[in-house]
Design a protein around this ligand. Structure first.
Ligand code: CTP
Length: 400
């Protein structure tokens, strides 16, 4: 199953474009999320309406829609994708990809891609055999693009030979393999926490923060898709998440409830990744009735909340692994390393609010993983799903 994996498809102008209707349908049936970019010439071979209906998403083709005035951001599309499939890939598009020529939305997205890229070429016999195409395909392979080989058979021109695009099932298999669906956490139980907490002032007001829980939920989904049994303790968020079926979700409101739930669950876990943005302070008195407007100023007395991560660090056994997050705005490495040591962690994931596109609310993030043994790994800005894969891979290095 391609459980919520994000597949971006670039469709070019070739007769094999009609097969993309089947490719999209198969990917959706496998549980993937699909978005499609079409070149202008692709539209002569298959209608955008067919692909938008099947993919359940709008189809992109221009940088700028003159009717709606909406700008299609190629960088966002590229960051969204877990894998970028270009099919059918014409000799024209392959030549441009290999030579840095960027004259449409599909190419701009390719040159911004952080995910793996797969190309399924399709063309007529003599074009498929031309030395320039071979040169360009070799260049793409050197650029880490994976090529799905031509199939042999009857071509649209009536000639017979190499040049046919691979069949939809073969293409979907390549996409699945590229996502390396592995189950390396199959015997592990992992606690993840995510989201904000809300500290009640009275029955209608609270102190909260801007966390959405997206990063922690992506980590929980990544672990579950790799076979782990995941306990997710989630703070109040308005996001509408899809949870993998092997995630057990516990909803909490306050820092105290976060502490109680995590302390109880952690003892039966092999590891914990605590990404929640827990409030550090809570009102010392919570009014049972709505506080009425009276004086010109109002002072709320706050007391410290329990630090869940630090508490788990104290009870952690030598068989358990503990990972925390550090949200910093300045002296990032130094502050994060202090938290790593003070809270007795095996690794801390540093998030800097100084990095554009990182932190609360974004679909992207940029992290640095600092290990207790001194290893430091810094990753590029990526989709939160791709960042979750990096963090889980780092956890795997510790627990294996
Ligand atoms: N954390 C926690 N309980 C708290 C506060 C923080 O479990 N009451 C955890 C967070 O989930 C995160 C880590 O501690 O994994 C670091 O949180 P962060 O807000 O970056 O730092 P703090 O420890 O709260 O310190 P400061 O606010 O001074 O930076």
């Amino acid at each position: 199953m391609l459980n919520k994996k994000k597949i971006l498809i670039g469709v070019c102008g070739g007769i094999a474009a009609y097969k993309l209707a089947y490719v999209v349908r198969l990917l959706i049936k496998e549980g993937a999320q699909v978005k499609v970019i079409m070149t202008e010439s692709a539209k002569a071979f298959i209608g955008p309406l067919t692909l938008s209906t099947l993919s359940k998403n709008e189809v992109y083709s221009d940088f700028f829609d003159s009717e709606t005035g909406v700008w299609s951001n190629h960088v966002e599309l590229a960051l969204w994708a877990d894998v970028f499939l270009i099919a059918p890939a014409t000799s024209n598009i392959i030549g441009k990809m290999a030579n840095g020529i960027c004259d449409n939305l599909l190419l701009a997205t390719y040159f911004s891609a952080k995910s793996s890229v797969i190309v399924a070429p399709a063309m007529d016999l003599d074009m498929s055999d031309h030395p320039s195409l071979k040169r360009n395909l070799t260049q793409l392979q050197d650029d880490n693009v994976s090529i799905i080989p031509f199939e042999h058979g009857e071509l649209a021109s009536g000639l017979t030979g190499d040049g046919r695009m691979a069949e939809p099932m073969t293409i979907v298999k390549h996409v699945s393999n590229s996502l390396k669906i592995i189950t390396d956490f199959s015997n592990k139980t992992i606690l993840v926490n995510a989201g904000p907490t809300q500290e009640a002032i009275d029955p209608v007001r609270y102190i909260g923060n801007r966390s959405t829980g997206k990063m922690g939920v992506a980590i929980a989904n990544e672990l579950a898709s790799r076979g782990a049994l995941v306990h997710l303790v989630l703070g109040p968020t308005s996001e509408n998440f899809n949870f993998h079926s092997s995630i057990q979700v516990v909803h909490i409101q306050s820092a105290q409830e976060m502490f109680d739930a995590c302390s109880k669950i952690f003892t039966s876990c092999d590891a914990a990744i605590l990404s929640a943005a827990v409030a550090d302070y809570t009102p010392s008195i919570k009014s049972d009735t709505k506080i009425k407007k009276a004086a010109n100023t109002l002072t709320i007395d706050l007391v410290k909340t329990p630090d869940t991560l630090a508490a788990l660090g104290k009870i952690k056994t030598s068989k358990q692994t503990l990972v925390g997050f550090a949200l910093e705005t300045n002296n990032e490495l130094e502050n994060a390393t202090k938290k790593l040591k003070k809270k007795n962690l095996d690794m801390v994931v540093l998030n800097s609010l100084a990095d554009k596109g990182a932190g609360f609310g974004h679909d992207t993030n940029k992290v640095t993983c600092i290990h207790i043994n001194g290893d430091i790994r810094t990753f590029d800005l990526k989709s939160k799903t791709a960042v979750a894969t990096d963090i889980v891979n780092q956890l795997k290095e510790i627990i294996q």
